[in-house]
Design a protein around this ligand. Structure first.
Ligand code: GTP
Ligand code: MG
Length: 462
C-alpha cells in the first residue's frame, strides 16, 4: 500500500444542507490533485493555471460534453496550501445533490479516494503546516456554540496553547539535561542543587495547574450546561423557560399538570450555551400520561449539571418542596428559586437552616414581569462555576487537559523520589514522562496511531 500521504484524497469541505448554500467547496489534496481536476474540468478561454490563482469553468461529465456544474477553481500548490500538498478547491453550487455529484465526478477518477474525517488536518500536521494544538483549535472553532467559545478556540488557533506549553516543556528539558549530566559525569561537576531543581519543577507544576483550572472553566463554554427546572405543578417552570428563551416555547396555563413531557430549549447566557430542561411538575397523580412525565422529570434530575428547584412564593415553601429537594442527588448543585415575587408572599420562607454547600442562597423572581431575572442568571452561572469566565483567554481540551494532569502526576512523583533519597536515575524516569506528556499536547511526541485517534473525531472535509 502507498504511504498515506502519497494518496490523493477528496471530500466536501463545507456544511451540507438540502436546498441551501449558495456555494459549496469540494477539496482535493495530494500529488494527483491537479491532474484529476484538469481531467474533469472544462476551462474556457486563456486562463492562467498557476498556484494561488482562480480559474472559471465547468465540471463536465464522463464524455467531457455535458456540464455537471459551473464552478470556480482555486489552485494551491505544495507547499503553500492548508495540507502542504497540492490542493485544488472546486467552488461549486450548494445543495445536497449538486455537491455530491461534483464529488462523485472527482472520485470517478483513478488515484483518488474519499478523505477520512480530519484527514486534511492530519496531513497539515504531518507536513508541519500547523501544530497539533492549532489543528485541534480549528475543530473547536467549527464546533463552537457561542461567540465566547469561538473566541477561545481562536486563541488556540493563533498558537496560544503551543506558546504556553512549549516553554514549560523546554524548562523540563533543561532540568533533565542538568540531572543527566550529573549521572554521566558525576566527578567533574559540582553537586546537584536538588532544592533548586525541585523548586523549578514546582513552578512548572503551578503553571500546568493554572492551565487545567482555566480549562475546567473554559470547557463550560464549549460543552455548555444542562440545567433542569423542577418543582411542584403550577409554580412557573414553563413560564421561566419561556422568559429565558425569549419565546413561547412551553405551554403555560393556570392548570396544575400542564407540562407532561421533557421540553428542551437551547439558550446562551453570558456566552455559556445552556440547555434548559422544563419538566413535568412533580406530584402524586393517577393520570398515566402525567405519571410518565413525572418519571422523566426524575430522570432529568440525574443528568443535569445544575438543578433549579422552583417554588411558589405566594404559597410559600412547603413540605412537598422539601421532599422534592431531598430527591435531588446530593452532589448536584442546586438553586432554590422562589417565583411569583409579584404576588403577595406567604410567610413560609425557605428555611435558612437547611442550606448545605451545594445549595445556594435562595433567589426571588417573577417569571411574569422579569423581576430578579439578572440575579437569577448570575446565581445560575455561579452555581455551575461559570460566572468568572471573562479572564479566560485559553482553554485546553479534554485530551490536552488529561495530559497536563499526567505531567503534574509525574512531577509529583519526583518530589517523592527526592524525599525518599532515591538515586538520580529515578528522577529522570519521571521527568522524561512529564516531558513526553507535554510533547503529546503539542504534537512534538506523537505516534501515527495517536494522530489517527485524534483526527478520527474531526468532521469530514476538515
Ligand atoms: N403572578 C404570577 N404568575 C405566574 C408567574 N409565573 C407563572 N405564573 C402563572 O402560574 C401558572 C402556572 O405557570 P406554568 O409556567 O405553567 O407552571 P409550571 O410550573 O410549568 O406548571 P406545570 O407544567 O403544571 O408543572 C400560569 O397561570 C402562569 O401564568 C409569576 O411570576 N407571577
Ligand atoms: Mg409547565
Amino acid at each position: 500500500m502507498a504511504d498515506p500521504t502519497e494518496e490523493t484524497i477528496a471530500a466536501i469541505a463545507t456544511a451540507l444542507s438540502p436546498n441551501e448554500g449558495g456555494i459549496a467547496v469540494v477539496r482535493i489534496s495530494g500529488p494527483d490533485a491537479e491532474k484529476i481536476s484538469k481531467e474533469i474540468l472544462s476551462i474556457p478561454g486563456k486562463q492562467i493555471w498557476a498556484s494561488h490563482h482562480i480559474v472559471y469553468g465547468y465540471v463536465t461529465d464522463q464524455d467531457g460534453k455535458d456540464h455537471i456544474d459551473e464552478v470556480l477553481v482555486l489552485i494551491l500548490k505544495s507547499p503553500r496550501s492548508f495540507t502542504g500538498e497540492d490542493v485544488i478547491e472546486i467552488h461549486c453550487h450548494g445543495g445536497l445533490v449538486n455537491v455530491e455529484r461534483v464529488l462523485q465526478r472527482v472520485l470517478s477518477q483513478p488515484g483518488v479516494r474519499r478523505a477520512l474525517p480530519g484527514e486534511f488536518s492530519k496531513r497539515a500536521v504531518l507536513n508541519g503546516r500547523i501544530d497539533l494544538t492549532r489543528a485541534e483549535a480549528i475543530s473547536q472553532l467549527i464546533a463552537a456554540r457561542s461567540q465566547r467559545a469561538a473566541q477561545l478556540a481562536m486563541t488556540g488557533l493563533d498558537g496560544g496553547i503551543q506558546a504556553q506549553i512549549n516553554p514549560l516543556r523546554e524548562h523540563l528539558l533543561n532540568q533533565l539535561s542538568e540531572i543527566e549530566a550529573r549521572i554521566d559525569f558525576e566527578e567533574d561537576l559540582p553537586a546537584l542543587n536538588e532544592i533548586e531543581i525541585l523548586s523549578q519543577l514546582n513552578e512548572v507544576k503551578a503553571g500546568l495547574s493554572k492551565l487545567i483550572d482555566e480549562a475546567n472553566k473554559g470547557q463550560v463554554l464549549h460543552k455548555g450546561l444542562q440545567v433542569a427546572l423542577i418543582g411542584l405543578p403550577n409554580v412557573g417552570k414553563s413560564s421561566l423557560l419561556n422568559r429565558l428563551s425569549g419565546q413561547e416555547r412551553a405551554i403555560v396555563t393556570s392548570h396544575p399538570g400542564t407540562t407532561r413531557d421533557l421540553l428542551e430549549s437551547a439558550i446562551i447566557l453570558q456566552g455559556v450555551p445552556i440547555t434548559l430542561l422544563d419538566t413535568a411538575g412533580i406530584r402524586t397523580t393517577t393520570n398515566a400520561i402525567e405519571k410518565e412525565g413525572i418519571n422523566r422529570s426524575h430522570q432529568a434530575l440525574g443528568s443535569a449539571d445544575v438543578v433549579v428547584l422552583i417554588f411558589d412564593l405566594s404559597i410559600g415553601w412547603s413540605e412537598e418542596d422539601a421532599a422534592l429537594l431531598s430527591k435531588i442527588p446530593i452532589d448536584v448543585p442546586k438553586l432554590i428559586v422562589g417565583n411569583k415575587s409579584d404576588l403577595k408572599a406567604s410567610p413560609k420562607r425557605f428555611p435558612k437552616g437547611t442550606q448545605s454547600s451545594r445549595i445556594l442562597p435562595d433567589i426571588r423572581i417573577s417569571a411574569l414581569n422579569g423581576e430578579g431575572e439578572k440575579e437569577f442568571i448570575d446565581a445560575l452561572l455561579r452555581a455551575c462555576g461559570a460566572s468568572d469566565l471573562n479572564g479566560i483567554v485559553l482553554a485546553l481540551n479534554d485530551r490536552q487537559k488529561d495530559l497536563a494532569a499526567q505531567a503534574i502526576g509525574s512531577l509529583e512523583k519526583i518530589q517523592q523520589t527526592a524525599e525518599n533519597r532515591l538515586p538520580l536515575d529515578f528522577w529522570t524516569i519521571d521527568l522524561r514522562e512529564a516531558i513526553r506528556s507535554l510533547g503529546e499536547i503539542t504534537g512534538q511526541e506523537v505516534t501515527e496511531e495517536l494522530l489517527d485517534r485524534i483526527f478520527s473525531r474531526f468532521c469530514i472535509g476538515k
